[in-house]
Design a binder for this molecule. Structure first.
Ligand code: NAP
Length: 440
């Protein structure tokens, strides 16, 4: 029997469990740990609440979770309740699938001012992550700035611009829906330090901006490279740029009944966030691209007045004491997923925060292949660890209140049961509430 512990129950964690099951069938026992009492990580608290079709992938993970050889072990924090060393004492292999939950900093002054948030916090707020549920952003000003030209920046801009009706069918949590209903934001500026050809936004997500009830995107036609240059882009990027060209061509008359504007400000690098206590504006420097395609400041600066800033410039993994970490890359130091003997990483914890949810599937299968190779070459010995029985003994000794997948199903049913009309669920945004729902 092979005993595997996976830390993190998001896509990378469940795809790894699926791969282990495919390879070893009944010859493996997999425990998937999560610090929250609820599974699915980024699917629950990262994917935008109005992108329910993407969240549907959790049904596949449920299929894996409900098999006899895979177990969900929720409400257990590695590093607090149990250390990685101790887990390695219980399981043959430990796989870190902890994602990249921390915001990268832009490294400019003013990032600590009030109403300046990283996207992990802001997205966590509208998605009901217990860590960020109390963020309480002030949406009473007119102007918001979102820094970054990736899909997360798009998510944040779109959420800020949607009407209540447009959230129908979503699982946005009620504290965020209430706050957004009262929001007075009319101007959302998306800052990109490079140009339209360098965006990291995908066509489907970008195209959604053209179909908002009260909001309309704006692109300055002069920012667009000549159309002929689009031919050098890869097809997906060409489609994204085609959307930007479409936004640049939107007639002014069409904007008349769209009180919210989402402006793409390209070649615009944030220099400083301004304000004395809360953010009041952002100083931006115009850029040009150098020969290597990097943004170079021109020295020309300007100020965008705003009362909310969200930085959406990428994420970092959380280091774990004793586990080698690459600070610059914000991920665990690894070679093809191998960190130390018996310790592996997968998904964003391995490669950094890039790719789609589906990218984690081959990643999960690859790390299981590495484990199999290590068993084959005797770099990893199996047969003398007790796996889940050893963890259960420790959990009992320490009084760890483990939440099982059956428990999650109770919490899930309670969330579905208290959903407002048209919504799939009303999430509990507090760990105690989740545990109380389990105990009912
Ligand atoms: P991302 O795709 O890496 O984009 C980060 C953006 O931030 C880039 O435009 C980058 O510009 C910019 N940036 C970085 N440092 C900056 C700085 N100091 N100042 C100004 N701009 C800076 O990251 P993300 O948007 O967080 O997305 C993470 C991953 O999740 C991506 O793979 C994304 O596609 C995926 N995702 C997918 C969906 C979806 O499919 N619906 C939704 C959300 C997220 P440069 O290019 O100049 O570095």
């Amino acid at each position: 029997m092979r005993h595997i512990a996976i830390i993190g129950s998001g896509p990378a964690g469940y795809y790894t469990a699926e791969a282990a099951q495919k390879l070893w069938g009944d010859g493996v026992r997999v425990d998937i740990f999560d610090m929250l009492p609820v599974p699915y990580g980024l699917i629950r608290t990262g994917v935008a609440p109005d992108h329910q079709s993407i969240k549907g992938v959790s049904k596949r993970y449920e299929g894996t979770a409900l098999t006899d050889n895979v177990r969900f072990v929720g409400n257990v924090t590695i590093g607090r309740d149990i250390s990685v060393d101790e887990l390695q004492g219980c399981y043959d292999a430990v796989v870190l699938a902890t994602g990249a939950p921390n915001d990268r900093l832009a490294g400019i002054s003013g990032e600590a001012l009030g109403n300046v948030f990283g996207s992990a916090a802001f997205v966590g707020w509208y998605n009901g992550h217990p860590q960020f549920a109390k963020l309480d952003p002030d949406l009473s000003g007119r102007s918001a700035v979102v820094i970054g030209n990736g899909n997360v920046a798009l998510d944040v801009a779109r959420i800020l611009a949607k009407t209540n009706d447009e959230f129908s069918g979503s699982d946005i949590v009620c504290h965020a829906l209430d706050a957004l209903q009262r929001s007075r934001i009319e101007q959302v500026t998306i800052l990109g330090r490079r140009g339209p050809h360098q965006i990291a936004m995908t066509p489907k997500e970008l195209g959604e901006l053209a179909h908002l009830t009260k909001a309309c995107p704006r692109v300055e036609p002069d920012d667009l490279p000549s159309e002929g240059e689009d031919a050098f882009l890869e097809p997906g990027q060409r489609k994204s740029v085609a959307h930007l060209r479409g936004f640049a061509a939107i007639p002014e008359a069409f904007r008349a009944d769209k009180p919210i504007e989402i402006t793409f400000d390209f070649y615009a690098s944030p220099k400083a966030i301004l304000g004395s206590d809360k953010v009041e504006g952002i100083e931006v420097e115009r850029t040009v691209l150098d020969a290597d395609g990097r943004a170079r400041g021109t020295g020309e600066t300007y100020i965008i007045p705003c009362s909310l800033v969200v930085t959406a410039i990428g994420y970092k993994s959380s280091p774990i004491p004793g586990v080698p970490f690459e600070d610059g890359e914000g991920r665990f130091a690894n070679v093809d997923g191998r960190i130390l003997p018996g310790l592996y990483c997968v998904g964003w914890a391995r490669r950094g925060p890039s790719g789609t949810i589906g990218t984690n599937r081959p990643d999960g299968f690859a790390v299981v292949e590495r484990i199999a190779e290590d068993i084959e070459s005797a770099a990893l010995t199996t047969g003398n660890k007790r796996g889940r029985a050893a963890f259960d003994d420790l959990a009992l000794q320490r009084g760890i209140d483990v939440v099982t997948f059956r428990d999650w199903q109770k919490i899930d049913a309670a969330e579905v049961g208290r959903a407002r009309d048209g919504s799939p669920r009303e999430k509990f945004v507090d760990v105690d509430q989740m545990i109380a729902a389990r105990d009912q």
